[in-house]
Design a binder for this molecule. Structure first.
Ligand code: SIN
Ligand code: FE2
Length: 208
């Protein structure tokens, strides 16, 4: 498999979340970053609005058959970028990563790319917009560290948090698939992967 899995570090299991520390080497991270730059050239990042009308603090775009989208009308998957063009394909390197960690045969049809600039965060939420929630969600962190918070399947309640660093992969399957999660904050400038700092999170899902 294209020399992708350079690390076989132990998998941390927290609240059903599987955390693969440093799953992608810095070489692989650099290569994925080039893939992502190509995607962003074809499908520029945008700042979605939440249902209440407030802007999210992250910028995002997608690859795949469908891309996650949000505005005052609600959260949903769309067959095209806001420009009207189809989303770019999911890069093979990311499909390989999914195959290596997801434990499922089906390939993802959606890949969300979130960019966290200085001060950006992601409020606690559940991933509920996918048709079949038996498939896991696989997320890769790149660039600056982010404090990832994990709860249970009901709102409120106890949570745990872990700093995700560049190359870490989180698999949300089984009990964690419907668990609440979010990103409290990032440590802006803590990584040198992105020349102008910031954090990227790449999330692959089977949406349809
Ligand atoms: C998300 O849950 O949508 C993003 C998680 C992350 O940025 O690590
Ligand atoms: Fe999420």
């Amino acid at each position: 498999m294209a020399n992708l899995m350079t690390s076989e570090n132990p998998i941390l299991r927290l609240r059903g979340f599987e955390i693969h520390k440093m799953k992608c080497s810095s070489e692989v991270q650099q290569a994925i970053l080039l893939d992502l730059r190509e995607i962003v050239q074809k499908a520029p990042m945008f700042t979605p609005e939440m249902v209440g009308g407030r802007k999210m603090s992250v910028r995002m775009t997608s690859a795949g058959d469908v891309g996650w989208y949000s505005d005052v009308a609600g959260y949903r998957y769309m067959a095209a970028h806001p420009s009207g063009k189809a989303w770019p394909n999911i890069p093979n390197r990311l499909l390989d990563l999914w195959a290596a960690v997801s434990g499922c045969d089906r390939a993802p049809d959606s890949c969300l790319i979130n960019f966290y600039g200085e001060g950006a965060r992601m409020g606690m939420h559940q991933d509920l917009d996918e048709a079949d929630k038996s498939f896991p969600v696989v997320s890769l962190s790149l660039g600056d560290e982010g404090l990832f918070r994990m709860g249970g399947v009901t709102k409120g309640g106890k949570t745990d948090a872990i700093w995700l660093t560049s190359g870490d992969v989180v698999v949300m399957g089984g009990d964690a698939r419907l668990a609440w999660h979010g990103v409290d904050k990032i440590r802006f400038g803590s990584s040198r992967l992105l020349p102008k700092a910031g954090r990227i999170n790449v999330t692959m899902r089977v949406a349809r």
